[in-house]
Write a protein that binds this ligand. Sequence first.
Ligand code: MRU
Length: 342
Amino acid sequence: MVKALERIDNRIRLLRQTRLPGEVIYDDLDDYREIIAAIKCLDVRGAPAIGIAAAYGLALAAAQTDASNYEQITPLAEEIKVARPTAVNLAWAVDRVMTRLRDEKPQGNEAVLALLWNEAETIHEEDRRLCQAMGEHGATIIPDKARILTHCNTGVLATGGIGTALGVIYTAHQQGKKLEVFADETRPLLQGARLTTWELMQAGIPCKLICDSAAATLMRQRKVDLAIVGADRITARGDVANKIGTYSVAVACNHHDIPFYVAAPYSTFDEALTSGDDIPIEERHAEEITEGFGRRTAPEHIDVYAPAFDITPAELVTGFITDQGIRPGKRQASQVKKSSQV
Ligand code: MRU
């Protein structure tokens, strides 16, 4: 199975996701600034994978300074934390490593670095297990012959394991269920078209690529049994930040009485926030819309609004697939209908 990133000695081998699916390129990084750059340009992306990259980045950063002096590590940790604002996993991972450092107070360069690498690897390995658990819980709500719509990329490339929403799909497929997946292309950076279809084709799971604006029509044609997406941050009341376009999927699901599930590990839940309106939403460069992938498709000097994420209010979520089990959402219970019933 392909990996988004892994530790090789004291370097991080990272798959350049911006080059997929055309080229499969791995680079070995040993400078924390390269990790920050990779997070910012989306060479590594997806909430859990960003958190893992940040934790490894902190170990690299400490190796580039006097690690025995915590005061020197703190500003580097802050620099890594702000690489992207929306996925809470990033700050969560950095804070977790720094908390362990301050609690255990190792003395001397070697001991500090050993602790930082160890905690990063622990976060990585833990995420692999969280994905397995989400997959197993989530598969219980997937009927045989289900036709599932998903948005963005939430699989192997986005996590330390099999994924969140895609992990549920992989698990149901492994259990022998026959599935069909509709993958939204996910404008403007096409994580669905470039990454999700690539992953699903390798796994041998039937998959159809659709443009984002086709999703509601498919639902109206009764070709979708349920939608499952991932999340970048979920507030205490259950509002969900995820890739721009997710809200439209949730609204369309609600209108057509189709269940809408969000799959996420505990590291994506931000109990400190209540309302989704308080989640910082990343805005991306205009060029990602006006000349995505190198071809200009809008007039020069056009004004652009480019939020990378949107908020789906808790009232539109049927349920949360977590590593602990299925948590009901605030939307009135809607059963997954077997495709043979629709
Ligand atoms: O901008 P991206 O590609 O990092 O956005 C990723 C998403 O929105 C995913 O749906 C989310 O991180 C969940 S990934 C398991």
